[in-house]
Design a binder for this molecule. Sequence first.
Ligand SMILES: [Zn+2]
Ligand SMILES: [Zn+2]
Length: 251
Amino acid sequence: MKLTVVGASPSYPNPGSPSSGYLVEEGSSLLLVDCGHGVAGKVMGLVPLAGISSILISHMHPDHYFDLVPLTYAYKSQSLPPIPLWLPPEGRSLLSRLQDVVGLPPAFFAEMFDVNEYDPEGSLSCGDIGIRFAATRHFVPGFAMRFEISGSTNRSLLFSSDTSWTEPVVRLAHRASVGLVEAALESGASQDDRQGHMTPREAAGLARQAEVCRLLITHYPRESSEALLAEARSVFGGNVALAEEGKVYEI
Ligand SMILES: [Zn+2]
Ligand SMILES: [Zn+2]
């Protein structure tokens, strides 16, 4: 299984860089996970759109799905057949309201995507990749995801989405080969912010408790990257890196 980081910016873009977006690939299955601002243009420079087999959105915050709008226009321009778009529960009505509010035509998304909502209590199979979920602790309903090769539990990728420390995500991350874990907060963040995100220390603590093999910190402000890497290392040990835009990771 391969992970390509499309964007690792937090809710605001690191200069020139997209927010949340990742490609997860195994066999003939290529998933685009999240589509935050800047992702549509970036992903088109990494893979042909026709190669993407499904899109999954972890939660309905702008930095995780707003670029579905330009991405849909790109699909239309290439006359591509519809592919599954998996949203969290209630995501479909939210996307429909966005469509109305910003003046997009009716069925704008539905013409290009087979729009579905995943059941976070169950599992999802997207070709060669199986996905399980855990509820995050965030400001809106959101879901961490664990990606595994269908029929195998040898290699796995945990994506935390946006969350503060929460037991269900720790359990979902248990012994994952790679943990792609958010650290949107700096150490001195306010208590309010701490209800929905993690500092590098907390992200590393979650990964360590879950016995994750390798930690990739994501959703981070680039201006403090050296300090946050050092902070994460102080808790997790050596096998930690910052998720780098455009880089491919073997899981
Ligand atoms: Zn976010
Ligand atoms: Zn969020």
